[in-house]
Design a protein around this ligand. Structure first.
Ligand code: NAP
Length: 284
């Protein structure tokens, strides 16, 4: 079988988990793929496009998730809703943009047998918060987007956008230090607690003890202080690495047209933690 070329485009890329994840997933999706990393500075994006069109598919990361849109024939699914693309697939001679970030989040919860719904608080108002908040709203959850004072307007804009785009949705914004009541799910979408600043947590025990489930988008380290404290409070926890693995699995489903067996994907989450430790020298 001929080798099928795939790649990740972004800048700057440094260490990335994508080659490891996709090489591990190719045998599951039946693709005879080869995965490369294309670190392309913004001023070279247009001249490097022909190299992308020779691929069978590619992933897109910062800063090109929106910048790639004008060069694609159309957007599908979540990409249309977010106007942000992390997967491009060649289909019937056209390049189609998808977004599997938020699907990675919901599939990580699903793999842990945790339903997405009820009262959900998303911490942060950036790119990951957007994916988590929209996915929660689409699942019928009542969303609160919590941010620091200076980014409260961004949280309010995101809540407004969700209310406008997701039928019958309930979304509002709150200050991070004024979270009241009990939460079915708290989802961190800030970088707080990320290696090497592992002694930090976006909220403390007082909030975490009022949460049934806690998810952290931060995947390095695997067990953040947030998750450790939540576990001590008796909450169920879901790791950011699971989201990373599941968004890659969803990308391979788009490229291959096959549905991956969750029991075959789950072990890759464990292996990915080991690989991350090898790449970044951090603690799992
Ligand atoms: P981003 O667009 O820069 O947004 C970060 C958000 O966090 C902003 O709203 C920012 O608001 C807030 N924030 C930053 N520092 C804060 C602090 N000290 N206290 C409170 N809020 C703070 O970043 P992103 O792309 O959304 O990524 C966020 C995190 O998610 C990163 O750690 C990233 O690695 C992770 N992520 C994981 C996955 C996965 O698959 N697991 C996927 C995507 C992203 P301010 O304006 O207040 O700074």
């Amino acid at each position: 079988m001929d080798i099928q070329p795939f790649a990740l485009i972004g800048h700057p890329l440094g260490h990335t988990m994508s080659p490891f994840l996709h090489q591990r997933l190719f045998p599951l999706s039946g693709l005879s793929g080869e995965y490369r990393v294309l670190d392309v500075p913004p001023e070279e994006l247009e001249t490097r496009l022909p190299a992308l069109w020779r691929l069978c598919g590619f992933n897109v990361t910062i800063p090109y998730k929106q910048a790639i849109v004008p060069f694609l024939s159309r957007l599908e699914g979540r990409a249309k809703l977010f106007h942000s693309v992390n997967v491009a697939a060649r289909q019937n001679g056209e390049w189609v943009g998808y977004n599997t970030d938020s699907i990675g989040f919901s599939r990580a919860l699903q793999a842990a047998s945790i339903p997405l719904g009820g009262r959900v608080v998303v911490l942060g108002a950036g790119g990951a918060a957007r994916a988590l908040a929209f996915e929660s709203a689409l699942a019928g959850a009542q969303i609160t987007i919590a941010a620091r004072e200076h980014s409260l307007p961004a949280a309010q804009r995101l809540a407004e956008e969700i209310r406008q785009q997701v039928l019958h949705s309930q979304a509002s914004a709150s200050l991070l230090d004024q979270l009241e009541g009990d939460w079915d799910l708290l989802a961190n979408a800030t970088p707080v607690g990320m290696y090497p600043h592992t002694n930090a947590s976006p909220v403390g025990q007082e909030v975490l003890c009022r949460c049934r489930v806690v998810f952290d988008a931060v995947y390095n380290p695997n067990e953040t202080l947030l998750l450790k404290t939540a576990r001590e409070c008796g909450a169920a926890v879901v790791h950011g690495m699971d989201m990373l693995v599941w968004q890659a699995a969803a990308a391979q489903e788009i490229w291959s047209g096959k549905t991956l067996d969750p029991s075959m994907v789950a072990p890759i989450c464990e292996e990915a933690v080991q690989e991350m430790q090898r790449l970044f020298g951090s603690q799992p």
